[in-house]
Design a protein around this ligand. Structure first.
Ligand code: NAP
Length: 539
């Protein structure tokens, strides 16, 4: 482990040992930087360490949801299924950590609580939950976009006497639902994945649905030797397809709009992708689903028809049909979610109007006064997305500016990488970058490569301090909003715009465009203020 003191600071401190932090550690060690990672969990994996509810799978295909930068890692690791389950993804993270000998530079079981910028020494002082501290020239928050579980805004949770678990903080030893009555609150990606697993065990599963979500069947299957042969034989084309797509997904860019083809042709094309499975490929059938409302409705109608075909009770099917514009929230990928409603032990409780008003000793109460007695409650109520993990840390930048104050009206930064007023501090796949709209592994690789090149450049040029310029940041935020406004995204309340959290500023957070960051680097980091070493006071 690299030591650090005020007089001998680390070059870079990385917060988080998920896929971002792991790759960044590897790149920076190879560049011979003095670097350390701090991680709150006892091992690597980040989101995939904390999320371990039954049924959890990635909604990006396994061959795409792995590091692409190392041919060796790709050759040595074998995924067993098309869409990997969490245990296998976590095993992959551990395999990478072993293979690259990463753990020796990771301080586990330590959460960063406070980070304070010192303008005289151009360093960050970082305090950790285990009582230790560190000093570093640069800090990188590689803390993930969906890392801070969100409790629902329902009063009285302390009164509930049964077992209550959040999908984002699943107990290490699991939860046994056998023969009991379970309530599930939340029907986003997590709720749709966990529900069929609980239904297999529970005596009764009550699903409290405030808004139905769109979900595309995974059509998961074992990966065969032929799949792998095809993958390795076409790996260059595979990578160039991913890089050509702003979402980083291996699918050809669509050329046709939904209304460019006849209704029969539209049904045929969507039907083919539906039969193939997976949300990214389905939503890439046409080019204008997220841009044109009529096109969007036609695709949404197709999905609603599939729900009606699958769920035996027509009234229930209708309740499961989402009304919002498809793909303006994260589209789910499921295995047997709609089919599950044909079981006798599953009941959908529509809480869109008749809201859950309180937790009680025995379960939950609805606004109507109706009570549900539940032995266990599963909260699949999501995350304080994109900003939660950073704002959970007391980050103090130049002149005492805190991150909470800087972002009190919503996240503002340059390229999703750096916030004005917080010199030498970066975020990986932060708001203002494609992150959650893309295959996040590709987004991570892009940001980590950019950061590694940037640190190398700063060292070569003897630059002690890099900082986002306010005007460049304003221009970037405006550009992110302008692009979002050209899409249908802002039309739907979602976690992309902080709509799920009372009091959270309503700003579309991800960047719905391609990458600009490379051009910025090629232009000598335009938009960033660079200060050379000689103007720094010695520590
Ligand atoms: P989410 O999409 O934010 O869904 C939260 C759910 O909780 C929504 O259905 C929401 O209803 C409901 N909810 C919140 N408060 C409620 C209340 N008071 N009463 C009733 N319902 C309430 O969270 P998530 O499912 O954990 O997914 C978050 C993101 O994580 C996903 O969008 C995805 O990006 C990622 N994820 C990915 C995977 C995967 O790769 N397969 C799996 C899990 C998660 P409303 O919709 O009405 O607000």
């Amino acid at each position: 482990m690299q030591p650090s003191t005020a007089s001998n600071p680390l070059d870079i401190l990385i917060v988080g040992a998920g896929f971002s932090g792991m790759y960044l550690l590897h790149r920076l060690r190879n560049l011979r930087f003095n670097v350390r990672v701090v991680e709150a969990a006892p091992d690597v994996g980040g989101t995939w360490w904390h999320n371990r509810y039954p049924g959890l799978r990635c909604d990006v295909e396994s061959l795409e949801y792995q590091y692409s930068w190392s041919p060796e890692l790709r050759r040595e690791w074998r995924w067993s299924e098309r869409f990997s389950a969490q245990p296998e993804i976590l095993a992959y993270a551990k395999f990478v950590a072993d293979k690259l000998d990463l753990r020796r530079d990771i301080q586990f079981n330590a959460r960063v609580e406070r980070a304070v910028w010192n303008d005289d020494t151009h360093t960050w002082s970082v305090s950790l939950s285990d009582g230790s501290s560190a000093t570093a020239r640069h800090v990188v928050f590689a803390t993930g976009a969906l890392a801070t579980p969100r409790m629902p805004d329902i009063p009285g949770v302390e009164n509930y006497k049964g077992r209550i678990v959040h999908t984002g903080e699943w107990p290490m030893d699991g939860v046994d639902f056998t023969g009991i009555s379970v309530g599930l609150i939340g029907t986003g990606s997590s709720g749709l994945q966990v529900a069929p697993q609980i239904a297999k065990q529970a005596k009764k599963l009550h699903i409290f649905q405030r808004s139905p979500a769109y979900s595309i069947p995974a059509r998961n299957r074992a990966l065969s030797e032929e799949d792998y042969t095809r993958f390795f034989d076409n790996i260059d084309e595979f990578d160039s397809l991913a890089m050509a797509q702003k979402g980083g997904i291996v699918v050809a860019n669509p050329t046709l709009g939904v209304q460019d083809v006849s209704p029969e042709e539209r049904e045929r094309m969507l039907g083919e992708r539906w039969a193939d499975g997976g949300a990214f490929t389905f939503l890439s059938t046409f080019k204008d689903v997220q841009m044109n409302e009529t096109s969007n409705q036609l695709v949404a109608d197709f999905v609603r028809e599939r729900i009606r075909e699958t769920v035996a009770d027509p009234a229930l099917a209708e309740k499961l049909c989402p009304k919002y514009l498809i793909a303006t929230r994260r589209t789910c990928v499921d295995i047997g979610y709609y089919e599950m409603f044909n079981r006798d032990n599953v009941e959908l409780v529509d809480v869109s109007e008749n809201k859950i008003s309180a937790f009680t000793e025995a379960g939950v109460r609805l606004a109507s006064g109706r009570e549900y007695a539940l032995d266990a409650i599963v909260l699949a109520t999501g995350y304080d997305a994109m900003t939660g993990a950073l704002l959970a840390v007391d980050v103090v930048g130049r002149d005492g500016l805190t991150a909470k104050t800087a972002w009190e009206n919503g996240p503002r930064n340059l390229l999703g990488l750096m916030i004005a007023g917080f010199p030498n501090m970066f975020t990986v796949t932060g708001p203002g970058s494609p992150s959650v709209l893309a295959n996040v592994i590709r987004a991570i690789e892009h940001h980590v490569d950019w950061l590694s090149n940037c640190f190398d450049y700063l060292r070569r040029e003897n630059i002690a301090c890099i900082e986002a310029d306010e005007h460049a940041q304003d221009a970037w935020v405006q550009h992110v909003n302008q692009l979002a406004d050209r899409t249908l995204f802002p039309r739907t309340p979602s976690w992309y715009i902080g709509a799920d959290i009372p009091g959270k500023p309503k700003v579309f957070m991800p960047y719905a465009g391609g990458e600009h960051a490379d051009r910025v680097a090629q232009n000598g980091y335009e938009g960033f203020r660079l200060t050379r070493e000689k103007s720094v006071a010695s520590a």
